[in-house]
Design a protein around this ligand. Sequence first.
Ligand SMILES: C[S@@+](CC[C@H](N)C(=O)[O-])C[C@H]1O[C@@H](n2cnc3c(N)ncnc32)[C@H](O)[C@@H]1O
Length: 197
Amino acid sequence: MRGVEQIPWAYDAICGALEWSGLGRWRRWLAGGARGRTLDLGCGTGRNLPLLPAGVRAVGVDPCAQTLARARRRSPGALLVRARAEALPFRDGAFDTVVSGFVLCSVSDPAASLGEVRRVLAPGGALRLLEHVRSARPAWARLQDWIQPAWTAVSGGCHPNRETGRAVERAGFSIEGEGRRASESVLRFQARPPEGG
Ligand SMILES: C[S@@+](CC[C@H](N)C(=O)[O-])C[C@H]1O[C@@H](n2cnc3c(N)ncnc32)[C@H](O)[C@@H]1O
């Protein structure tokens, strides 16, 4: 499926405008809390990569070759791998942090992807997530359900109405703090896998 997410200049133009109008501080929060060996899941055009703290060893994965090419220009020092979240080509416990920005709305199988995130996180590691989700307002949520098929086609895979916070908990992660909403339909939190894997 090809849509905005697979057209790097279009994705960057939209994201740049959204970040300028407020989303930028959530992206800085997402990347700024990464520690150690860090996987940027679904890194897209690489907008998180330059925001990672100094000393972080970054690996980005994405299934789209065009977006990876732009990510490579944006962050020449990062290791970039063409792969899907549902089948990560890394050993168990390979990462201290996984950052995921607006990706679990787009993967084909959120449960399998979260299982892989859990597998590749080292003990004590953290999943940091920024995601737009099904709205807390019922009328808005119904509208998201209604527009989902067209939205998914135009965006190239994104689902506006996924309950990703619940999916993260179902996968066994504990969401730290209150798992704050950045807005009614944007969630951001850090979560930890259960001790002992
Ligand atoms: C909305 S973009 C987000 C890009 C980037 N994380 C950001 O914050 O700007 C969604 C990204 O998820 C990627 N994606 C879609 N399906 C995926 C999958 N199964 N595994 C990993 N990434 C996927 C897309 O190629 C796209 O780059």
